[in-house]
Write a protein that binds this ligand. Structure first.
Ligand code: UD1
Ligand code: UDP
Length: 359
């Protein structure tokens, strides 16, 4: 019986570990999965609601680290996770995505000579100003199994010198969840709650440090959003990081609806029915590609270029003129044909667990 620890710390991590957890449970004679929540995200709407929406049990262990500077948060996770590994001695630690919890837990495991699997390996924005880029590069360098979502990630890893036998092109676990929970969106009354009509509103999310921590960048984006909201209703489930900055600016437009962060099922329903999505999220670039909903990414770069080359994503940066112009084009444009990236088919966790049979 192999013990496998699945690490989740932040909102998108819970969505990524859920299909892996349920896939491991299908093989009770071979695997015992344990969920470790680092506590990086802890508000009910950033954490608990996802366990409920995803039908996940409560985490086996919650490290409860909370917020802090990068160094403080990473160090606290490492200290607490080391104790967990020494006690439970798993055969494998699975980390997902690119958050501080991902890096911290991979580093602890590798030093205790426990194998590490990185799900969503090889993505690169080539922008080291992004803390997530550092987390991605370092986590990949520590990992024994590099599970990738797309061909450009494979190329990045090969170029960086990783041996081919560590790279497993398996597809995207976010899409496993999207497909797995899709039928639940009929239970959500989010459109009625916010008086929204299908395809008659834009959905906005923002949480990237570079966009919401500095007033200048945030004002630029919100300036564009206010222009957009003159033409279309905009719903904005605001990440807690964004809340502080929201207090600093004047928002008068009735057509801009700011809400608390939403649960996964409500959010998927909003995403699916949006006319278009404006975001700086990584996962949402992928989900909109799968759902064929136009997406404008409010960043200068993306580690997910396949969502542009195959999918519905457009990189628009922060210039309000460019953003409003692109929104106008999309609001008038009919739907185009898009190609789904290979292996975004809902079977990624099955392929990953198939690889684990050899551990
Ligand atoms: C983190 C990840 C980011 C990911 C995002 C997903 C890092 C470096 N960043 O960003 O890659 O895209 O999660 O949402 O790991 N806060 C609360 N309640 C919470 C959590 C956070 O109020 O439950 C507030 C705190 O003021 C905290 C701030 O949000 O300082 C930032 O939280 P943190 O986890 O450090 O980074 P995120 O911006 O959430
Ligand atoms: N999401 C959600 N509620 C929200 C905003 C996002 O459930 O209010 C989901 C979204 O569907 C996606 C994931 O959270 O699956 C993306 O997380 P986030 O944007 O916080 O992080 P990133 O993907 O950028 O790391």
């Amino acid at each position: 019986m192999k013990k496998i620890i699945l690490v989740g710390g932040a909102r998108p991590n819970f969505i990524k570990i859920a299909p892996l957890y349920f896939e491991l449970l299908k093989r009770p004679q071979r695997f015992t999965p344990l969920i470790v929540h680092t506590g990086q995200h802890y508000d009910q709407r950033m954490s608990e609601v996802f366990f409920k929406d995803l039908d996940l049990p409560e985490p086996d262990i919650n490290l409860g680290v909370g917020s802090g500077s990068h160094a403080v948060q990473t160090a606290k996770i490492m200290m607490a996770f080391e104790e967990v590994l020494l006690k439970h001695r798993p055969e494998l630690v699975v980390v997902v995505g690119d958050v501080n919890s991902t890096l911290a837990c991979a580093l602890v495991a590798v030093k205790l000579k426990i194998a590490v699997a990185h799900v969503e390996a090889g993505l690169r924005s080539f922008d080291k100003d992004m803390p997530e880029e550092i987390n991605r590069v370092v986590t990949d360098s520590l990992s024994d199994y590099l599970f990738t979502t797309c061909e450009d990630a494979n190329q990045n890893l090969r170029r960086e010198g990783f041996s081919q036998d560590k790279i497993f092109f398996v597809g995207n676990v976010m899409i496993d969840s999207l497909l797995g929970y899709y039928s639940k969106i009929s239970q959500s009354n989010v459109l009625t709650r916010y008086q929204l009509k299908e395809k008659e509103y834009c959905l906005l999310t923002l949480h990237r440090a570079s966009n919401v921590d500095e007033k200048d960048s945030f004002c630029k984006i919100m300036n564009a959003v206010q222009q957009v909201s003159k033409k279309s209703k905009v719903i904005f489930p605001a990440h807690p990081r964004t809340k502080g900055m929201m207090g600093e600016i004047q928002l008068q437009d009735q057509k801009l609806v700011v809400t608390e962060p939403l649960g996964y099922i409500d959010f998927l329903k909003l995403e699916k029915n949006a006319r278009l999505v404006l975001t700086d999220s990584g996962g949402i670039q992928e989900e909109t590609t799968f759902l064929k909903v136009p997406c404008l990414t409010l960043r200068e770069n993306t580690e997910r270029p396949v969502t542009i080359t195959s999918g519905t994503n457009h990189l628009v940066g922060l210039d309000p003129k460019k953003i409003t112009k692109e929104v106008d084009i999309l609001l008038q444009d009919g739907d185009r044909d898009f190609v789904l990236p290979p292996l975004w088919d809902g079977k990624t966790s099955e392929r990953i667990v198939g690889v684990f049979k050899d551990i």
